[in-house]
Design a binder for this molecule. Structure first.
Ligand SMILES: [Zn+2]
Length: 489
């Protein structure tokens, strides 16, 4: 390099650069992208787009507090800012998320590429000689450096990757407490976001973010509220879902917001053709809604997810394996509190005693109750089958079967093996007598497969694909997978 041996005054060099780069309104501001590690005398101006919590550090040299923020300048370049104990005391509460500041001096170091999510590969350490002043808001500095990913593209993102997403809030839940297996309590709020790819995804926000966003959404009177999230985690839980975000923005003042709202209004509220990447985790799933379908693998994933202790409903198409029917002896009381659902005990004098209504009867009724394996293309699971669903399956009551004693010979039972149904199953986490957790899955509802409907729905989905409303991965994973093409990912 020719300039290597030349003695230069760095200040003059920077001034020359600034003459080219500077913003007319701020002649002494250095663009973040132009900063170098040796720079000592500089001012940057930008918006605080991330404000981390204060953490602790501890090593052989001692201990202290540390925090990290992100600043974004007019050229849409962001950089990480680090503060330690003393400077935290001085500046942490002064620096507000979303506000604009001029920061003068500090030391610049190479940021650790492993953790750095910013465009600048430097980090600014706030030092004793650093001065910070607040500026009035100006629209020319973006609210955030977003790199939005369309929702239909999230299908291809790996579990654990981070994305920025913007979408219309189709629906949102109340904030619910969740207790983990280890007794830690969280609060969460689920939102369903849809964008102009006609695809929706469930976003779960946690704790403060859940409460703040939920409160703000409740204040919105329209049905075209837009939510943008920065740095949300893609997870493979219940299909594809998003978990948490560094920041959540409601109706952010960016062009994407107006574009989405215009699109949504043109579709008519809630009428947009859509496909959901998430298999809904609430209990409002509808067995008649093709797009609410999940699979047995979702049950397995649910069981592995430690943050869940509430019930989980999943709808899927599956087969019964070999069925061994069985019944129990139920209280004959048709009314409250038994409804012929409580087990009775046979007494020594061949009467039947019911624990629930505390009465003894001469007779009892027989009700179906047994467990069986159901399988689909993704997995298999053991489920409990209650009387109502068993009657549907056999087209026979347990009472008649008991009277005739033909459960091993009648073709009704043999024919039920390997039949295909649409199931709605409920998975519950329960505690046994030894305080250990286990899962119980039972059928809440089931209906025969309507093959004509199935083929119509698949052709609609294919049509959506052709119009590029949904992408091929969505179809392959969600639909063809169930037709045994389950190796394509
Ligand atoms: Zn009873």
């Amino acid at each position: 390099m020719a300039s290597r041996c030349k003695i230069v005054n760095p200040y003059v060099v920077k001034q020359n650069k600034l003459n080219i780069q500077h913003n007319n309104n701020d002649p002494f501001i250095t663009p973040i992208l132009k900063l170098k590690t040796l720079d000592t005398n500089f001012s940057i101006k930008g918006r605080i787009t991330k404000k981390g919590n204060i953490g602790e550090w501890l090593n052989q040299n001692g201990s202290g507090r540390v925090t990290s923020l992100t600043i974004l300048d007019v050229a849409n370049t962001d950089m990480s800012i680090t503060m330690f104990s003393e400077t935290i005391n001085k500046w942490y509460s002064f620096l507000e998320l979303g506000q604009i500041y001029i920061i003068t001096n500090g030391s610049l170091r190479e940021a650790n590429p492993k953790y750095n999510k910013c465009i600048s590969n430097l980090q600014l350490i706030i030092e004793k000689n650093t001065t910070i002043s607040k500026c009035p808001d100006s629209n020319n500095i973006p609210i955030q450096r977003f790199q939005f990913v369309k929702i239909n593209r999230l299908e291809n993102k790996n579990d654990g990757s981070y994305v920025d997403v913007i979408g219309i809030v189709q629906e949102f839940d109340n904030v619910l407490p969740v207790t983990s297996k280890y007794g830690k309590t969280f609060e969460k709020c689920n939102l369903n976001l849809i964008d102009d790819t006609g695809t929706s995804i469930c976003l779960t926000l946690w704790n403060d973010s859940a409460n703040n966003t939920n409160a703000q959404l409740k204040l919105q009177n329209n049905n075209n509220t837009v939510v943008a999230v920065k740095h949300s985690k893609v997870t493979d839980f219940c299909g594809k879902t998003l978990s948490g975000a560094v920041n959540t923005y409601i109706n952010p003042k960016i062009s994407e917001t107006t574009d989405l709202q215009r699109w949504w209004l043109s579709q008519g509220p809630r009428k947009a053709p859509f496909i959901s990447l998430s298999h809904t985790t609430n209990n409002n799933v509808d067995i008649n809604n093709f797009f609410h379908r999940g699979n047995i693998n979702d049950i397995m994933q649910y069981k592995q997810n430690t943050n869940n202790n509430k019930t989980f409903d999943v709808i899927f198409k599956g087969y019964f394996s070999k069925i061994i029917p069985a019944w129990f002896l139920a209280c004959p009381n048709k009314k409250r509190p038994c409804f012929q659902l409580c087990k009775v005990k046979q007494t020594l004098d061949k009467s039947y005693y019911c624990d629930k209504c505390h009465l003894t009867y001469n007779t009892c009724v027989h009700k179906w109750l047994f467990s069986n394996i159901i399988r689909d293309n993704t997995s298999s699971t053991r489920v409990t089958i209650f009387d109502k669903q068993a009657q549907q399956l056999f087209n026979r009551t347990a009472e008649i079967t008991f009277a005739r004693g033909d459960e091993k010979t009648h073709p009704k039972f043999r024919n039920a093996n390997n039949t295909e149904w649409i199931f709605k199953c409920r998975v519950k986490q329960k505690k046994n007598a030894k305080d250990k957790y286990y899962f119980q899955t039972h059928i809440v509802e089931m209906k025969p497969v309507d093959y004509k409907y199935e083929s119509i729905m698949i052709s609609i989905v294919m049509g959506l694909y052709k119009k590029e409303i949904i992408n091929i991965q969505t179809i392959i994973r969600g639909y063809l997978q169930r037709l045994k093409y389950n190796t394509i990912k």
